[in-house]
Design a protein around this ligand. Structure first.
Ligand code: NI
Length: 164
């Protein structure tokens, strides 16, 4: 397989706005992409990365908040409980942080990178990051949660950054 370089896409790239497709069967190609996504996430000092952020519109995410790496395929949230909101950043929205309302505790159903079905509970920061990454699979970004005035300022800032 040709190893094309994966690059992190930033806001304005249409792939970030597409709904990612469900993976039919987890193949070695998917495993390879997940590993490369994890590498990229660590290189960028991120704690989560979704496939659309590297230009791939399939439902895959990687998360590591410092307590172990999750490689998830077709993840979905089947239960939400409680509330939390922290200032979130995103590798695709450089220089931007938005306080996003999230559930404090969630239950996730997913496939692992071997295609095995798994169900697990997550809370606090891990739950937050999982919700953030699953949002990416729906074409949703943190900027969508910002109030209008902040969205306008951010748009301007991001545009200036691109033009540098
Ligand atoms: Ni993000």
């Amino acid at each position: 397989m040709q190893e094309t370089e994966l690059k992190i896409r930033t806001v304005g790239d249409p792939v970030l706005r597409r709904k990612a497709k469900k993976v039919g069967r987890v193949t070695p190609a998917h495993r390879q992409i997940l590993s490369r996504m994890a590498r990229l996430m660590y290189e960028a000092s991120g704690i989560g990365l979704a496939a659309p952020q590297v230009g791939i519109d399939e439902q895959m995410i990687v998360v590591d908040i410092g307590k172990g790496l999750y490689k998830l395929v077709n993840p979905r949230i089947v239960r939400r409980e409680g509330r939390q909101a922290i200032d979130e950043g995103c590798l695709s929205c450089p220089g931007v942080s938005v306080r996003v309302p999230r559930a404090r505790k969630i239950v996730v159903e997913s496939l692992d990178d071997e295609g095995k079905e798994i169900t697990f509970e997550a809370q606090d920061l891990l739950a937050c990051v999982l919700q953030h990454e699953i949002d990416h699979l729906l074409g949703k970004l943190i900027v969508d949660y910002a109030p209008l005035w902040k969205r306008l300022t951010m748009k301007k800032k991001l545009r200036e950054k691109r033009n540098l």
